[in-house]
Design a protein around this ligand. Structure first.
Ligand code: IPM
Ligand code: MG
Length: 363
């Protein structure tokens, strides 16, 4: 019997619903071509629902999400809603409650895409960032004292447990072993680089660094270990991106460096991410945000959402369909699109989705 995958689809805010619609189109094409079944459950979450009802992510929806095989998300963030409410109430709550402790963000330049870095191409921009996704300053530990007085104090504390650090490192080492540059025939080593700030964050990144070397020495002597301070890493990601293979880092630094990395791979139109709970329900999203100014114009690039859907297939164990989606995206970029930025593709959002699905269905 063919397995039916139950996929929760959350369009969310701004251009989220438009790009997710294209990802679903490609998902359907892949299902048809490879003979698996998909049951989609659409959820209306985001700024509009919040404005209407005051709800962000209701417990009842969360309970249903736990029963799905995966979640496909468009974007969260609405110009009329105070920053933080939707992000914490929906996106971060989903990551935390479903314990999606890995945020996997590939940084790959597809052939045919202009790299903003001079003399760098697909061979140089080819690494992944594994961002820890449940700890750090994201935990919300902190508060105000004497708010709205001249003596106001604001505290926001970075929190990491050894357990959180170890499980993230283990995932990263395993990933480097199976998908690092040596494993892919692209280099002499599989390398895992820890990005931190051991010279200032002498508690948090001391913990990370000790755990990193202990685990590496004991269980992964075959993986080359490197360490970069985060500021230096930002410099090298531009100057010598080819040095990187698999990067592992904390939540806050991971957030920042993946936007920097995204622009080196052609921008937010193509940058995808997976929020993974290896033992549970994972969520897949373009990393670019809701881009409200492009809403409803058919100008936004759906490829990031389509690539996120491809990562979903891969995580579900549907490796051939995932591979086909990636090929299709590569084909459309190399042969059709004028650019990756919103409004510069030479096609509308849905035309791009159609071209990718047609390739997936028939090539
Ligand atoms: C991301 C985003 C989120 C984050 C925001 C919207 C809360 O920037 O997924 O990178 O900081 O994680
Ligand atoms: Mg971010």
């Amino acid at each position: 019997m063919t397995k039916t995958y139950k996929i929760a689809v959350i369009g969310g805010d701004g251009t989220g619903p438009e790009v997710v619609a294209e990802a679903v189109k490609v998902l359907d094409a892949a299902a048809g071509r490879f003979g698996f079944k998909v049951e989609k459950v659409w959820y209306d979450l985001g700024g509009e629902r919040y404005k209407r009802t005051g709800e962000t992510l209701p417990d009842s929806v969360l309970a249903e999400l736990r029963q799905c095989d995966a979640i496909l998300l468009g974007a969260i963030g609405h110009p009329d809603v105070k920053p933080g409410i939707l992000e914490k109430g929906i996106l971060l709550r989903m990551r935390f409650e479903l314990d999606q402790y890995i945020n996997l963000r590939p940084v790959r330049l597809f052939p045919g895409v202009d790299c903003p870095i001079k003399d760098k191409g697909p061979n140089e921009i080819d690494y992944v960032v594994i961002r820890e996704n449940t700890g750090d300053v994201y935990t919300g530990v902190g508060g105000f004292l004497m708010k709205d007085t001249p003596h106001e104090v604001a505290i926001q504390t970075a929190v990491y447990t050894r357990f959180q650090v170890d499980r993230c490192l283990r995932y990263a080492f395993e990933y480097a072993r199976v998908k690092g540059k040596k494993a892919r025939g692209k280099g002499p080593n599989n390398t895992l680089a820890l990005v931190g700030k051991t010279n200032v964050l002498t508690y948090i990144y001391d913990l990370w660094e000790r755990a990193f070397h202990q685990m590496g020495q004991q269980f992964y002597p075959d993986i080359k270990r490197e360490y970069y301070h985060v500021d230096a890493a930002c410099m090298w990601m531009i100057k010598n991106p080819e040095w990187f293979d698999v990067i592992v880092t904390g939540n806050m630094f991971g957030d920042i460096i993946t936007d920097l990395a995204a622009i080196t791979q052609g921008g937010m139109g193509i940058a995808a991410g997976a929020n993974i709970n290896p033992e549970g329900v994972s969520m897949f999203e373009p990393i670019g945000g809701s881009a409200p100014k492009y809403t409803g114009k058919g100008m936004i690039n759906p490829l990031a959402a389509i690539c996120a859907m491809g990562m979903m297939l891969d995580t579900l164990g549907l490796h051939d369909p995932a591979e086909k989606v990636e090929q299709a995206v590569g084909h459309v970029i190399a042969n059709k699109l004028k650019g990756l930025a919103a409004g510069r593709m030479g096609y509308t959002t849905s035309q791009v989705g159609n071209m990718v699905s047609e390739y997936v269905a028939s090539c």
